[in-house]
Design a binder for this molecule. Structure first.
Ligand code: DO4
Ligand code: MG
Length: 286
């Protein structure tokens, strides 16, 4: 079951939708569902959504709406170095920081960093940013866990953890600047609920980058290659911490372009997870 947020020419206040098929959503807001956050907090979330799906609610064609990022007041956090591919890329990036990445991959405590305020998240179709002061920029396609206010993983979405590899590689202490800047976090379009971790680990995640209409990079991996369990990552995020509005947690990237690749303004990034869908964003210098 895939949930989304949208506006349309007749509804300027965000509404909640449920995908019926690839082209159509049910307008759940007509049944009184006014936020994803409230739905995620419901103890019977899956039954509730299944019951809404069986009601004769208005259907809306997807190509008539604007899909919004599926985040309301949730902070967005990110785990890193959770795939071997990411550890290897980070170690190549920097002699200076290589041992830190090597160690964190095997440590009990994962790398977790703050990524975005909810109001700064970029949705489907909007531009993601590359920093004007960075020379080596990449997208990071990532599965993102959706946590409710009790810290339970209630859904899965798709994210792009835009990153500046030269800034990150110069000094580990520059990580927040490499990761958190204007339009550096994209999410959407759907949150999938009612699936278990084993199913999600069977999904493929990938990215495709086009420049002037031609593919300049494509790669994918299995979500099953994530080293850590989803409950483990969510548990670390919620240690000595409260999220009264819930939270989003990126789970790290397992797809990294070759070291001679950098994004350029005008590129189009498609991040895809087989069970969720595709998140498409053009690139702009910010
Ligand atoms: O510390 C580097 C960031 C790692 C990251 O974002 C990832 O592995 O996805
Ligand atoms: Mg990342």
């Amino acid at each position: 079951m895939k949930l989304c947020r949208f506006t349309s020419s007749s509804h300027h206040v965000p509404r909640v939708g449920l995908a019926v098929d690839d082209d159509t959503i049910l307008d759940l807001s007509t049944a009184g569902v006014d936020s994803l956050t409230t739905l995620f907090d419901a103890p019977d979330l899956v039954d509730r959504v299944a019951s809404l799906a069986s009601r004769p609610l208005p259907r809306v064609a997807l190509n008539t709406v604007r899909l919004l990022p599926p985040v309301e007041r949730q902070e967005v956090w990110a785990a890193g170095v959770t795939y071997l591919r990411s550890k290897k890329a980070r170690m190549e990036e920097s002699d200076f920081s290589a041992s830190a990445y090597d160690r964190v991959y095997d440590a009990d405590r994962p790398e977790i960093f703050f990524k975005s305020m909810p109001q700064k998240v970029v949705g489907p179709g909007a531009a993601v940013g590359i920093r004007a002061d960075a020379k080596w920029n990449v997208p990071e396609p990532e599965l993102a866990l959706v946590l409710n206010r009790r810290g339970e993983v209630v859904g899965y979405t798709l994210g792009n953890d835009m990153s500046s590899r030269d800034i990150e590689g110069e000094n580990l202490l520059y990580l927040p600047q490499a990761k958190v800047y204007r339009a550096s976090c994209a999410l959407g379009p759907f949150v999938v609920v009612g699936v278990d971790e084993a199913t999600v680990r069977g999904w493929m995640i990938g990215v495709r980058i086009e420049r002037g209409g031609a593919e300049v990079f494509a790669g994918e991996t299995s979500v099953g290659n994530i080293k850590r369990g989803f409950g483990e990552l969510a548990g670390w995020l919620c240690r000595s911490q409260e999220f009264p509005e819930g939270a989003i947690l990126f789970t790290g990237t397992g797809v990294v372009p070759a070291n001679d690749f950098t994004l350029a303004a005008g590129d189009v990034i498609q991040v895809r997870i087989s069970g969720v869908g595709t998140l498409t964003n053009p690139v702009a210098v910010v």
